[in-house]
Design a protein around this ligand. Structure first.
Ligand code: NAP
Ligand code: G4F
Length: 329
């Protein structure tokens, strides 16, 4: 057992919940940073099962507020800090660009400052994104591919990446960014395209919905399983030297392929009959093609994805079919 302490921002999200499980399994004391809400029992469903674990603790804090992060770090004295908190939904970043820059961009700087001042020994992981590549300059994308973000979200993640590298070089901090490509699971938020599709396919199969309203089905993404990707985050902080790594499957698929497979998994043959294009889901600037080359992660971290694209889609559809079935009584 490790005897180490970790702090995780974004603990209530998809990745935070998987990472907390991984770290608790390894014997870590885990402190999750949560925003104060008036009804704490709702909206934390992904970590409810961890609340009674003796090594799991919640601490109030907000990535917009330096004091709260300072206090959380000073009090818990983590050995490792995983900054997974963000405004993570790309379309929202055009509606709320300032808030996105503040939370997703400056939030990383606030974490680094808290560590520099209160726990300089602490290792730092920043949740970077393939959205940093945006209008891609190389195919596939590697750690050497230049950034060209296409959304305020992507711009905020580029700032977070650069400030993490700068603190590593300026203050000799053990600070890394994982440039993670899209990763999904049954815990994925409902507004992201994969979960929206698997949930709607399940609802159509059970007779609760009639069609799927969707945007650009030609966009291509490199989709992996979130449970695999949190292992790469952990491995990055166990290395001798801090570094940045691409984490991806190396395969790309169009949104339309995801839809086809999801409907097939839900037992619906003529999927095109149920899909309707809605201009409201198109973006002011699209990221057309993402596919990552994770060779460096494979060689240096010994990391490889375990779940295939087909198995990922099936896992999500099976989960959503069960959920919808339980509503039938
Ligand atoms: P997610 O499910 O949307 O979770 C986001 C988390 O951030 C939630 O716990 C949320 O807390 C928290 N948060 C939002 N605003 C905050 C604030 N002001 N202060 C503190 N916490 C705040 O995201 P995810 O899919 O797990 O992704 C984790 C991280 O990886 C994010 O930084 C995301 O941008 C990045 N990323 C994700 C992917 C992917 O494909 N999933 C790929 C690359 C990078 P509340 O519950 O209070 O809202
Ligand atoms: O599922 P998405 O919303 O994910 P997106 O924009 O790729 O961002 C996710 O992955 C990033 C890593 O690359 C993360 F950094 C980020 O935090 C987030 O987790 O959209 C995927 C694609 C886009 O091209 C979008 O235009 O699906 C297309 N799409 C088509 N119809 C749709 C829809 N996306 C959404 N959300 N909803 C639709 O109806």
């Amino acid at each position: 057992m490790s005897g180490k302490t970790a702090m995780v921002t974004g603990i209530t999200g998809q990745d935070g919940s998987y990472l907390a499980e991984l770290l608790l399994d390894k014997g870590y004391e885990v402190y999750g940073l949560v925003r104060r809400v008036s009804q704490p029992t709702s909206g934390r469903s992904l970590i409810n099962h961890l609340l009674t674990h003796e090594k799991f603790h919640l601490v109030n804090g907000d990535l917009a507020d330096q004091n709260s992060i300072d206090n959380a770090v000073a009090q818990s004295q983590p050995d490792e800090f995983y900054n997974l908190g963000a405004m993570s939904f790309v379309p929202e970043s055009w509606r709320s660009p300032m808030m996105t820059a503040d939370i997703t961009g400056l939030g990383a700087l606030r974490c680094l400052e808290a560590i520099r001042k209160h726990a300089p020994h602490c290792r730092f992981y920043q949740a970077g994104s393939s959205e940093q590549y945006g209008k891609v300059r190389d195919v596939p994308q590697t750690e050497a591919t230049p950034f060209h973000p296409r959304s305020p979200y992507g711009c905020a993640k580029v700032f977070a990446f650069e400030i993490t590298r700068n603190y590593r070089e300026s203050y000799d901090m053990f600070a890394c960014t994982g440039i993670l490509f899209n990763h999904e699971s049954p815990r994925r938020g409902l507004e992201f395209v994969t979960r929206k599709v698997t949930m709607t396919a399940a609802r159509i199969a059970k007779g609760f919905d009639e069609c799927l309203w969707i945007g650009n089905v030609d966009a291509k993404r490199d989709w992996g399983f979130a449970g695999d990707y949190v292992k790469a985050m952990y491995l990055m902080l166990q290395q001798d030297e801090p570094d940045d790594f691409v984490v991806a499957t190396g395969e790309t698929h169009a949104v339309s392929e995801f839809v086809e497979l999801a409907f097939e998994a839900a037992g619906i043959d003529d999927w095109e009959r149920y899909v309707k294009i809605d201009q409201r889901f198109f973006r002011p600037a699209e990221v057309d093609l993402l596919v990552g080359d994770a060779s460096k992660a494979k060689e240096q971290l010994g990391w490889e994805p375990q779940v295939s694209f087909r198995d990922l889609v099936t896992m999500m559809v099976d989960h959503d079919l069960e959920l919808e079935k339980s509503k039938l009584g």
